[in-house]
Design a protein around this ligand. Structure first.
Ligand code: KG4
Ligand code: ZN
Length: 357
C-alpha cells in the first residue's frame, strides 16, 4: 500500500509518501517561517496563500523522490482539520482533485490523529497506549485504544504547552519560532534562579494549565534590568527555569496518568509523546524518567516526526485505509475537530464514511 500524505493545517506545507510496510519513500516539509517571522507569529491568510503557491510542486517533488507516479498510489490522505481553515482547504481540495482524477480513495485525516499514530510508524507499538499530545494548539493526555478510538483523560484548561513556549520566547526576546529557541537558551542557562509556579501539579485530575506560568515569566522579565534581549545570561537562566517548570508539570501529570492507565487497562502503558513540543530533548528526558519509574517504556517519534509533517498524515491514511475506512469527496474541512469525535471502526458511521459537518 502506498499513500500520498498532504499537510497544510498551519505554517508548514508538507507532502510525503509512506507505505503499508512503514517505509517513508519521501517526506518533504517546506517551512513558511521567513514569511511569518516579521509578524512574530503565523498569519492565516499568508499561510493559505503560501500553501496554494507551493503545494503542487511539492507533491510532484515528493512523488519524484519516491520514484512513483499518481498511478502507483493506493490513496490520498490530507489533513482535514483541526487547523487554520484556509490552509486546510488548500490541502483537502488538492487531495480530492487527485483522488477524483485518479479514482483513488480519499482520506480526511484529523491532524491530531496524525500525531497520535505517528509513533506506530517508527516503533513496534500496539494498542492501547497512553499518549501525551503536546503541540502549539493542544496539550492532552489520551488513552489510544485503536485507530479512531481515543479516550481523553485530561487537557489544558487554558494555553497549550507549545503556546507557553512561544509566548515565553516572545517575552524573553528569543524570537520566533519559540520552542526551539527556548530549548537552546535553556541549555545554555542554569536553573534555580527563579521560583516559578507548577500549575496543576499534585491535582487529582489529569488536566494542565500554563497561563499562570507564562504570567510569572512575564513578571520576572518585566523586572529585569536591562530588559530581556534574548542573549543575556539572565534570559538563559529564566528560560531554563521555565523549561524545568514545564518539565515538572508534564512529569507529574504523566506519572498520575500512568497509574490511572494501569488501573483502567490492567497493565502498564507504553507512554508515547507526540506533537511539536515532543521534539524538546530535555522534556523527553524528563518523561523517560517518569516512564522508567512506573516500569513503563517511553516511545517518542524522532524529532522530525514530532513537528508538523506529512509522513504522519500519510501513515494515518495507511492505518485507516487498511481498516477499510475512506471518506466521501464532499467531506467538509473542519477548523475544530476534537479527537473524541472520531468514530471507532466497525461502528455504522465509520463504515459509511463520516458525514460532512
Ligand atoms: O505539532 P506542531 O509542529 O504544530 C501544531 O500542530 O501545533 O507544534 C508546534 C509547537 C510550537 O508551539 C513550537 O514552539 C513547539 O511545538 N516546539 C517546541 C520545540 N519544537 C517545537 N517546543 C519546545 N521545544 C522544542 N524543541
Ligand atoms: Zn501538529
Amino acid at each position: 500500500m502506498r499513500i500520498l500524505g498532504i499537510e497544510t493545517s498551519c505554517d508548514e506545507t508538507a507532502a510525503a509518501v509512506v507505505t503499508g510496510e512503514r517505509q517513508i519513500l519521501a517526506n518533504l516539509v517546506l517551512s513558511q517561517l521567513d514569511e511569518h517571522r516579521p509578524f512574530g507569529g503565523v498569519v492565516p491568510e499568508i499561510a493559505a496563500r503560501s500553501h496554494l503557491d507551493h503545494l503542487d510542486a511539492l507533491i510532484a517533488r515528493a512523488l519524484a523522490e519516491a520514484g512513483l507516479g499518481f498511478e502507483d498510489l493506493d490513496g490520498v490522505a490530507a489533513t482535514a482539520g483541526p487547523g487554520l481553515i484556509g490552509g486546510v482547504f488548500v490541502g483537502v481540495m488538492t487531495a480530492k482533485a487527485i483522488a477524483a482524477a485518479r479514482k483513488l480513495p480519499f482520506l480526511a485525516i484529523n491532524h491530531l490523529e496524525g500525531h497520535a499514530l505517528s509513533a506506530r510508524l517508527t516503533e513496534d507499538l500496539d494498542f492501547p497506549y497512553l499518549l501525551l499530545l503536546v503541540s502549539g494548539g493542544h496539550c492532552q493526555l489520551l488513552a489510544v485504544e485503536g485507530v479512531g478510538a481515543y479516550r481523553r483523560l485530561g487537557t489544558t484548561v487554558d494555553d497549550a504547552a507549545g503556546e507557553a513556549f512561544d509566548k515565553t520566547a516572545k517575552i524573553l526576546g528569543l524570537g520566533y519560532p519559540g520552542g526551539p529557541a527556548v530549548e537552546r537558551a535553556a541549555a545554555a542557562g542554569e536553573t534555580g534562579h527563579h521560583e516559578l509556579p507548577r500549575p496543576m501539579k499534585g491535582r487529582h485530575n489529569l488536566d494542565f494549565s500554563f497561563s499562570g506560568l507564562k504570567t510569572a515569566v512575564r513578571h520576572v522579565a518585566a523586572a529585569m534590568d536591562p530588559a530581556p534581549d534574548g542573549s543575556s545570561p539572565a534570559v538563559k537562566n529564566l528560560a531554563a527555569d521555565f523549561q524545568a517548570a514545564v518539565g515538572d508539570v508534564l512529569a507529574d501529570r504523566c506519572a498520575r496518568a500512568l497509574t490511572r492507565f494501569a488501573a483502567d487497562y490492567g497493565r502498564h502503558a507504553p507512554l508515547v509523546v507526540a506533537g511539536g513540543v515532543a521534539a524538546n530533548l530535555y522534556l523527553r528526558g524528563r518523561l523517560a524518567e517518569v516512564a522508567a519509574a512506573a516500569g513503563a517504556a517511553l516511545l517518542a517519534p524522532p524529532p522530525w516526526l514530532c513537528t508538523d509533517n506529512a509522513a504522519m498524515i500519510a501513515w494515518a491514511g495507511v492505518e485507516r485505509l487498511r481498516l477499510g475506512l475512506r471518506d466521501p469527496l464532499d467531506f467538509a474541512p473542519r477548523p475544530r475537530w476534537p479527537l473524541e469525535q472520531l468514530r471507532r471502526p466497525g461502528t455504522a458511521a465509520a463504515e459509511t464514511g463520516r458525514t460532512t459537518a
